[in-house]
Design a binder for this molecule. Structure first.
Ligand code: C5J
Length: 230
């Protein structure tokens, strides 16, 4: 008798789930985006909008860790000499504090500064890869694909912030590289609820043109029902 492939209940249809080759990819849950005084607020955004994604990410992290599955974190930021910051990005948005300027949590979006850290609620465990990325997509100018290939990863659960910027860009990049991506809606967030909704709608539209959309409860239910061999 053939065993049915586990699936996650999702839109636009069931996501064929193979936990041992499915990484949890947590995008940019950094103080600079989530806490007051960082890059997000310098652009005029209400950063409290992003906090709703914290609890779902904690649940997903706990589950992935307890099953011994791969967790990867990303951080958006730049070298202290800003040599990887194109002028087009530095001047974009006319923020009150530009990337590289001194803010309340150190230099804005600069590696090694307090604002660049991942928020304490979601601190990576030793051994979990942290991908530092200069752009919006997690594959651009990083070693992410090498890290995933070394672990035989073919599927990604993509969470984090913001839905329509770095999460979306990363899902598009991953889809083009052959990864099946599922986004749990409640584990992502945007400063703009309407962009959050539109971003998720775009992912699952047209038969899932970039991927699948579900939620944390449904991902965890499928994981609990799956035989996991790592
Ligand atoms: C932005 C991000 N919004 N992590 N970065 O600039 O989405």
């Amino acid at each position: 008798m053939e065993l049915a492939i586990p699936t996650i209940d999702a839109e636009p249809g069931p996501f064929p789930f193979t936990p041992s080759t499915c990484a949890l990819l947590v995008i940019d849950m950094q103080r600079d985006f989530v806490e007051p005084g960082g890059f997000g607020e310098s652009l005029g955004n209400d950063v409290s909008q992003l906090r709703r994604a914290i609890a779902p990410n904690r649940r997903l992290l706990a589950a992935w860790r307890s099953h011994g599955l791969l967790v990867v974190h990303t951080r958006e930021g730049h070298r202290p000499d800003l040599s990887d910051l194109p002028p087009a990005k530095r001047t974009r948005g006319n923020p009150a504090l530009a990337i590289g300027d001194q803010g309340p949590m150190g230099r804005i979006l600069v590696r090694g500064e307090p604002g660049h850290d991942i928020i304490t609620e979601l601190t990576p465990l030793p051994g979990e890869p942290i991908i530092d990325k200069p752009g919006k997509g997690a594959f651009y100018a990083t070693t992410l694909q090498t890290v995933l290939q070394a672990r035989g990863i073919t599927q990604l659960i993509v969470t984090g912030v913001t839905t329509e910027v770095c999460v979306h860009t990363t899902v598009r990049e991953a889809n083009d590289r052959g990864y099946d991506c599922l986004v749990p809606a409640d584990a992502t967030a945007s400063y703009f609820p309407e962009f959050h909704a539109a971003g998720l709608a775009m992912i699952k539209a047209q038969g899932g043109i970039f991927g699948w959309v579900s939620d944390t409860d449904r991902v965890l239910a499928a994981l609990a029902a799956s035989p996991v061999s790592t």
